[in-house]
Design a protein around this ligand. Structure first.
Ligand SMILES: [Zn+2]
Length: 314
């Protein structure tokens, strides 16, 4: 079973050996606020998923959990969760393992998206891969020499906090001009507000129709309808993203760069400027080596990655 802690819910999926999600369960994030409550809810959901396939939880190969936070992978410990208080050094893996009598592993959520896309998605066959998860923030994962690269303290791959615009937008991490600050959801909202103030017609109408709820989907809809302001926003975001991609391409010489996360759905609107920006900023050889692709597993990537984590560690 792969478990994916998201911003709005917790998704669980029973995954088979070929990376196919057999059945899923979704829990509301209100469970996430208290570790004990969450562990209870996840345990019950896992038992239901197993029962639906006529087995017990103890007969699963294991449970792989992706959580957005600082994780001690070897000890299965969640040091802290991003944007959720109350999670201080929670031994999530051992508590669930005891409860369900099966193997449990925890890793950073973006790492699991990365291994999912690498084994079963857009990055199949790659041995040096970089994955960006573009959503509210930007996460990342690195496959180096055919293995997930975690760094000295499991904190590698924080691609969202590369500084690409010194003195730029304020980031949730406290710095300015991080990739996440320049292209994350809050940057998109700020760009739309500025465009509406300047008088972008279709975009303004769409924002009014949705009671001011600005989302990346809304900007895509406006772009699809030919709105020039929306297209310009995606072009700008693509350029910023391209600087981030070029930096890791120069650093690691990957054979594949995957762009995933919810915002990757807007690929048709930012891909051209992203490619142009990579061309401009990356060195020739690493740039030519790197296949730049959109993620293919969609919202299932993290769950599938959780299952991969379990199998690869067996
Ligand atoms: Zn930052």
């Amino acid at each position: 079973v792969g478990v994916d802690f998201g911003g709005t819910n917790v998704k669980l999926g029973l995954v088979d050996r070929r990376g196919r999600v057999q059945c899923t369960q979704t829990l509301s994030t209100r469970f996430v606020r208290q570790p004990a409550v969450l562990i209870d809810a996840v345990a019950q959901a896992v038992q239901q998923l197993a029962r639906a396939r006529g087995i017990s939880a103890a007969q699963l190969a294991g449970i792989g959990i992706g959580a957005p936070g600082i994780i001690d992978v070897r000890r299965g410990l969640v040091h802290e969760l991003i944007n959720v208080s109350g999670w201080n050094d929670v031994p999530l893996a051992s508590r669930l393992a005891k409860r369900l009598r099966c193997r449990c592993l925890v890793d950073n959520d973006a790492n699991l998206v990365t291994v999912g896309e690498w084994r079963f998605g857009a990055g199949r066959g790659s041995s040096e891969l970089v994955c960006f998860t573009w959503g509210t923030g930007i996460g990342g994962g690195l496959i180096v020499r055919g293995q997930l690269y975690r760094g000295a303290r499991d904190a590698a791959g924080e691609l969202g906090h590369m500084v690409i615009a010194p003195g730029g937008r304020r980031c949730a991490c406290g710095d300015r001009g991080c990739l996440e600050a320049q292209v994350g959801t809050s940057a998109i909202v700020a760009e739309v507000r500025a465009a509406v103030r300047r008088g972008g017609t279709r975009l303004r109408r769409l924002v009014h129709e949705t009671d001011g709820r600005i989302t990346p989907e809304l900007v895509s809809r406006a772009a699809r309808q030919g709105d020039r302001a929306a297209r310009a926003i995606w072009a700008r975001l693509g350029r910023w993203m391209g600087i981030g991609v070029a930096n890791v391409v120069n650093l690691l010489n990957p054979d594949c760069v995957v762009i995933g996360g919810g915002v990757a759905k807007a690929w048709p609107y930012f891909a051209a400027s992203l490619r142009a920006s990579v061309r401009e900023h990356a060195m020739t050889v690493p740039r030519r080596t790197a296949r730049l692709v959109k993620a293919s597993l969609g919202p299932h990537a993290g769950m599938i990655g959780g299952a991969v984590l379990v199998w690869e560690s067996a």
